[in-house]
Design a protein around this ligand. Structure first.
Ligand code: GRG
Length: 309
């Protein structure tokens, strides 16, 4: 089996148009949902919900949904709704992750965290409210994509299993338990496969499900997502150790402050960079083995491990 090369050096530039498209389309949809939230949810809770929904993320997960959908022949612009649903789950996780009972952070996406801009009880409620909002965004997307109830059910299961105890929440539990303890590489990998990787994997699979791809195609997209999801976290550890708050939009060095095990701690900066690159290459190989040719997914894999924020 020949190795599927990652996209070339100029890849970051080349992934940029897709990331810009994903950001513009997701932000537009989430701005409209924020307006609805302000109408439906009274007072500061509604304002905090809108603040979180409109926070300016990179929208990498959204770009993965769009690229995965198109890689298996999806053509509808309504896929942006699925991307927005994934980003809404991600936003909820960031609001709660930043709370004093978890990572206790002041800065997120270059702005005060939701509990800093409001207060802890308000941010906690806004975070919880984002979960049913995500379900509504997904259901609306399924209608716009003219998908039936079976496809919506498969998408909902993919997204909310990834966001739950078997995925993101489970990984966060392991993370909280591990503070101050030294994890080995397999424990660290397991934790991040849940905490960060599960939602990224789901973003890729959701693109395939929304396009009504074959089981083998969805499996290949899921396998790609599993590897880029872990690669994303390895790269995140490198950025936490080497980046600035201006570059990252959040406080760097938090992992070390909280006594967390990281891929940088176990492998060193160069070793972690190499591991991220290896995972990104393997991700693209899953696609080529299944005959899913996607330059965009290859470019995104490269971007994920070479990004600077
Ligand atoms: C109930 C225990 C319990 C947990 C709730 C808080 C939580 C669920 C999970 C935490 C998940 C989490 C914050 C994972 C980190 C993922 C990560 C690397 C985030 C940064 O992603 P980027 O760089 O951020 O894509 P932007 O801001 O660009 O979207």
């Amino acid at each position: 089996m020949p190795k599927a090369p990652l996209a070339p050096e100029a890849a970051r530039e080349s992934a940029a148009p897709l990331l810009i498209e994903a950001r513009e389309r997701t932000d537009k949809l989430l701005a409209a949902w924020s307006e609805r939230a302000l109408d439906l949810v009274p007072g500061r809770d509604g304002a905090a919900l809108a603040y979180a929904l409109q926070s300016p993320g990179k929208r990498v997960r959204a770009a993965l949904v769009l690229a995965a959908y198109r890689s298996v022949g999806g053509l509808s612009p309504a896929i942006a709704g699925v991307a927005a649903a994934v980003e809404t789950v991600h936003t909820y996780s960031l609001v709660h992750d930043d709370l004093p009972c978890m990572d206790d952070d002041d800065l997120r996406r270059g702005r005060p965290t939701t509990h800093r801009a409001f207060d802890v009880p308000t941010a906690t409620r806004a975070g919880f409210l984002l979960v049913p909002v995500a379900a509504l965004v997904l259901a609306q997307a399924a209608r716009d994509l003219v998908l039936g109830p079976a496809a919506l059910g498969r998408m909902a299961r993919e997204l909310f299993e990834a966001g739950g105890a078997e995925g993101m929440v489970g990984g966060q539990w392991l993370d909280l338990e591990a503070e101050g303890k030294a994890l080995d590489i397999s424990e660290l990998t397991r934790m991040h496969q849940g905490k960060t990787g599960a939602l990224i994997r789901a973003a890729c699979a959701l693109g395939g499900i929304a396009a009504e791809a074959t089981g083998a195609q969805v499996a290949a997209l899921r396998a790609y997502g599993e590897d880029v999801g872990l690669a994303f976290q390895v790269a995140d550890d490198v950025l936490d150790a080497t980046g600035t708050s201006v570059q990252l939009g959040k406080t760097p060095g938090r992992d070390a402050e909280l006594g967390k095990s990281t891929f940088v701690g176990l492998l060193g900066v160069d070793g972690a960079r190499e591991e991220a690159r290896r995972l990104a290459e393997r991700a693209v190989e899953h696609l080529s083995r299944a005959g899913v040719g996607s330059k965009a997914l290859s470019l995104l894999a490269h971007y994920i491990v070479t990004r600077e924020s």
